[in-house]
Structures are given as structure tokens and as C-alpha cells.
Design a protein around this ligand. Structure first.
Ligand SMILES: [Zn+2]
Length: 107
């Protein structure tokens, strides 16, 4: 039986397949200039574009869910420092600080 090794983030508890870490797709070095608080807007589906229309013309069944989408676009954000200075995320930042202390106590 196949066994898969996961790692659990000591900060947020999310788990990921360890192999992704080895491939460099996950890591614990996060750029602190990257927005910590992110305001995103759903882009929604694009209208039937040329690509999708061409597939439909070739007889390839195109379902509604196959339409290209724009995803969730970042429209505003605050770095960790800005979020801290705003005072709006104090509880969250306290939680992170407390967890960081618990992690450091393990070293
Ligand atoms: Zn995490």
C-alpha cells in the first residue's frame, strides 16, 4: 500500500505533501513585502472566446465549466508590517506571535 508523507505547517496547521517541498513548490521563506492581507475580486468566466468556440466547432463538447476564467485578482493588499500598523488585525497578529514563540521554544 502506498504511503504518502505530509508535513504540517507549524504556524497554520495546513498540511502538504512533502514531495512538493522537495520540488521547491512549497517553502517556509515567505517574502514579507508580499501582501499579508489580500483583497481579491473574482474575475468570473470569460465569454466564449476564440479557443473555446473553435473547439465547439470541431465538435468537441464544451461545457459551461470549461470556459476560461480570470481567477481571483488581487485588488488591494497590506504587508505584514502595514497590517500590524493598521491595528485592524491585532488578534490575528497576536495569534501568529504566540505561535512563533511556541515554535521557537522547540529549538
Ligand atoms: Zn502555514
Amino acid at each position: 500500500m502506498v504511503k504518502i508523507e505530509y508535513i504540517v505547517c507549524p504556524l497554520c496547521g495546513m498540511n502538504r505533501i512533502l514531495e512538493k517541498k522537495e520540488k521547491g513548490r512549497i517553502g517556509f521563506e515567505v517574502d514579507l513585502d508580499r501582501p499579508f492581507v489580500q483583497i481579491r475580486q473574482p474575475g468570473g468566466k470569460l465569454p466564449m472566446g476564440e479557443e473555446v468556440r473553435a473547439e465547439a466547432q470541431r465538435g468537441i463538447k464544451v461545457r459551461r465549466g470549461q470556459a476560461p476564467a480570470l481567477g481571483f485578482r488581487l485588488v488591494d493588499g497590506l504587508t505584514f508590517k502595514q497590517a500590524k500598523e493598521s491595528g485592524r488585525y491585532d488578534d490575528l497578529i497576536d495569534e501568529i506571535e504566540n505561535q512563533c514563540h511556541k515554535i521557537l521554544d522547540q529549538f
